[in-house]
Design a binder for this molecule. Sequence first.
Ligand SMILES: C=C(O[C@@H]1C=C(C(=O)O)C=C[C@H]1O)C(=O)O
Length: 424
Amino acid sequence: MTAAAVTSRDAVTPVVSTTPLDDVPALLDLLPAAAALSWVRRGEGLVGWGEAARLEVSGPTALAEAAAWWEEFNAGLDVDDPIGVPGSGPVAFASIAFDPAAGTSVFVVPEVVVGRRDGVAWLTTAGGGDPVDVLTSAPAALPAPLGRLRYADGALDPASWCATVAAAVARITAGDLEKVVLARDLLVTADAPLDPRSLLVRLAARFPDCWTFAVDGLLGATPELLLRRTGRTLSSRVLAGTAPRGAGADDDRLAAALLGSAKDRGEHALAVDSLVRALEPYCSGLTVPEEPALLTLANVRHLATDVTGVQARGGAHGRVGLLELVGAVHPTAAVCGTPTAEAATLIGELEGMDRGRYAGPVGWLDARGDGEFGLALRCAQLSDDDPATARLFAGCGIVAGSDPAAELAETQAKFAAFQAALES
Ligand SMILES: C=C(O[C@@H]1C=C(C(=O)O)C=C[C@H]1O)C(=O)O
């Protein structure tokens, strides 16, 4: 575990201070070009920049270590938070590895956070950040045009990836497992550095129903909410089962076919079951709709189930924190498979790439234990070494009835979400 100390200009107790704001421009427009942090949907949420503290953590106890670090960080603060809503006061943005035991998870406490919730806006500064002029100093110059974009295959070319899907279907048919989510990556290089702020603005405009996120160079707009905690209320939006969009009446036909598809309904049920089974022990009540709904996005349509629960008081699970809950529910069968262990092993065997933080939980948490974590999907990891390059990710659930060519097309439709932001 590596943790940067909380910075404080005068080495006294670090102060975290929240101030109400009357008039705030669009949150994403405030972001500086570098080190953007974001969790925004329909103009509300949080953006941040600067680093008051940072934790990078990996290993079998990564999330427990992160929870202890966050608690310790907050214990040492002098907090002034007259607003007291989820996301005001001290906040950490987090991007957790798909496999937290093997990959690196990143937690960042920004120096500056601007938030908006139910129309109320605020500014929080931490670790010596100067609130004065913070909003007027943030905007940067317009980025250079990206020029020509060059794409290259990631770990597997399309034909090899289709062969891995066929191999997975064979393993499922043989009875080794029920479902596995297989992903692939695509490399993109532009003529000029990729500008996180303009990518986020375009993603948010095209995907208003998604959460537009950025943490430590992982940027995207995810439609899937792994877990939100507000007080004792827990909520989740589970997605699995995907169809392409069509034109005119064709689109309606595709929507009806998705709702009626036994293959997609089965795939979806496995994802909902995995979430519900993991969450149930922590809840005094859980509401699970019997039928999935359709979630229609610009590039694809999903089967969606919104689950809500009330976290139990008292007992062994009464004081469980948000990070522990996130660790308990992740990975659901929406991004891993069923059974979880067999699916995770098969992913390691077949995918041929390191998922890093793709398909891991991404979001934020505050000092009260409220927070929101989505799954890092429809995203790209910007390169640390070359600011003009990024790695895009897309995956799909494979079950007995999966057709490799259709799954490849599904990954292409999912890549298109980020590609539209690069190309517009
Ligand atoms: C794995 C991804 O998406 C997941 C897989 C889905 C599916 O297989 O139908 C749908 C939504 C997500 O849960 C991805 O977008 O990369």
